[in-house]
Every structure is written in C-alpha cells, then in structure tokens.
Design a protein around this ligand. Structure first.
Ligand code: THU
Length: 139
C-alpha cells in the first residue's frame, strides 16, 4: 500500500492547529492511515488537572475506533514547528495496540516501523499467556 506522507502530515498539521493546550503551549497533532484507506486524526486536549490531559495520539485512536476501527498502517505526529515529533512512551503503546509491529511512524529521524519505535512491546497476544481462568463476562 502506498502511503502519501505529505497528505498524512498535512492532516496532522490541521489537527495540531485545533489542539487545546493552554497549560503547556505545546500543540500536537496526530494523523493515522488505516488499512482500508481512511485518515483519522486527533490533537492534544489538556486539563486544569494537568495529569488528566490527553495526548494527540490518544485522540487519534479515539477517532479510529469511533469511525469504524481497523488497523493503523502509518502515523504522523507534528508539533507547532509543523515537523515530526516523537510519540511519548504511553502513546507508543496506544499506537501499538492498533497498528502492531508493522505500522510505520514518521519519527524526527525518519520513517520507522513500530517494531523499532517500541521494541519488545507487550500487546494483546501476551494476554493469552495467562494461566488464570478468563474473567466473568458482564451483561
Ligand atoms: N503530547 C502529545 O500530545 N503527544 C506526545 O506524544 C507527546 C506530548 C502533548 C501532551 C501535552 O499536552 C503536551 O504535548 C506537552 O507535553
């Protein structure tokens, strides 16, 4: 699948311009391409209770799930300089859940697969190794 990085970066910039970041003054935008060709995006949304702030990548994944889910194949994140910013550690985990090892991220140093962005990641498959019975289902 060919990836239009210019388009993805443009969508990340658009999202960055909608950020709510009165506390850090550090707007971030994230855009992701899905396996079925959609582009999803998000921006950081901060809070007076600082620890409650949401990163742009988390907002992007919310957009992904809300608009039909699927796999992320490419992700670009930018800051106010309109250039790539590295996803924080928590966001790498959030991207990994929906993109796995093969999702390609536009890092400040260039394109990098998630297998390098988050080496040795813990993921959904690891949960299968539990030796305890499955939790009861609700509803
Ligand atoms: N931020 C993101 O949105 N994504 C990242 O991966 C790095 C940090 C946000 C969180 C906070 O609103 C601001 O950038 C400064 O840390």
């Amino acid at each position: 699948m060919s990836i239009d990085w210019d388009e993805l970066t443009a969508r990340a910039i658009e999202a960055m311009e909608q950020a709510y970041c009165p506390y850090s003054r550090f707007p971030v935008g994230a855009a992701g391409l899905t396996a079925d060709g959609r582009i999803v995006s998000g921006s950081n949304v901060e809070n007076a209770s600082y620890g409650c702030g949401l990163c742009a990548e988390c907002s992007m994944v919310s957009d992904l799930v809300r608009t039909g889910g699927g796999r992320l194949v490419a992700v670009a994140c930018v800051d106010s300089s309109r250039t790539p910013v590295a996803p924080c550690g928590r966001c790498r985990q959030v991207i990994y859940e929906h993109g796995g090892d093969d999702c390609v991220v536009l890092m400040p140093a260039g394109l990098m697969p998630m297998s390098k962005v988050l080496p040795g990641a813990f993921g959904p498959d690891d949960l299968d190794r539990s030796t305890l019975p499955a939790p009861p289902t609700r509803g």
